[in-house]
Structures are given as structure tokens and as C-alpha cells.
Design a protein around this ligand. Structure first.
Ligand code: FES
Length: 101
């Protein structure tokens, strides 16, 4: 399923949540519980269709989606940006520095 963001688009992989896909592709999104409880991952969407296999406990507005626990049913456009390039570089540096030698 194709996901469109403010900066790019990508294909959601089989079995991958929308949150996992956004993180894998370098998007800037906050999250905590990953289970529809806290609402931290809530983002706006402008086109597409989602549902929830398990009704989330967090409030979700008519134009919002919880990427951690929704199921994407149609190509989706979400108001999410890529992480700034500086952040992506520092994450890469941190991962490299943490590798045992
Ligand atoms: S991370 Fe808590 S509702 Fe998505």
C-alpha cells in the first residue's frame, strides 16, 4: 500500500504498521505505547482509509490516524515530514559509534 507524506512516498511492507513504515523511511514521528493507548503517535491524514482491528483507547478525530495500530485500507496521505537531515546524520553517527570494535 502506498503512503504519501509531506516530503515523499513509500510502499508499506506486508505486516508492517504505518508507524513502523514511517520510522523505517526516516520520518519524524513521536510514539510511546505502540498499542493505541496513549495517542502520542496521532497524525492528521488528508486522503485514504484506515480501520482498527482493535478499537484504540486513545481519542482519534475524524481526520486523524494512530499509525501504531491502524490498518491501512487505501493509499494514504499523512501530514508527516522527514526528519531533518542533521538529525538523520547524528542518528547514523550514534549507531556507528555504538558498534563494538
Ligand atoms: S504510540 Fe501510543 S497510541 Fe500510538
Amino acid at each position: 500500500m502506498r503512503i504519501y507524506t509531506l516530503d515523499t512516498s513509500f510502499e508499506l511492507r506486508d505486516g508492517e504498521t504505518l508507524l513502523e513504515g514511517l520510522l523505517r523511511t526516516g520520518h519524524q514521528i513521536d510514539y510511546q505505547c505502540r498499542s493505541g493507548f496513549c495517542g502520542t503517535c496521532r497524525v492528521k491524514f488528508t486522503t485514504g482509509l484506515v480501520d482498527y482491528p482493535e478499537p484504540p483507547l486513545a481519542f482519534v478525530g475524524f481526520d486523524e490516524v494512530l499509525p501504531c495500530c491502524c490498518r491501512v485500507l487505501e493509499p494514504l496521505t499523512v501530514d508527516v515530514e522527514l526528519q531533518p537531515a542533521d538529525d538523520r546524520e547524528s542518528l547514523s553517527f550514534t549507531a556507528t559509534a555504538a558498534t563494538p570494535t
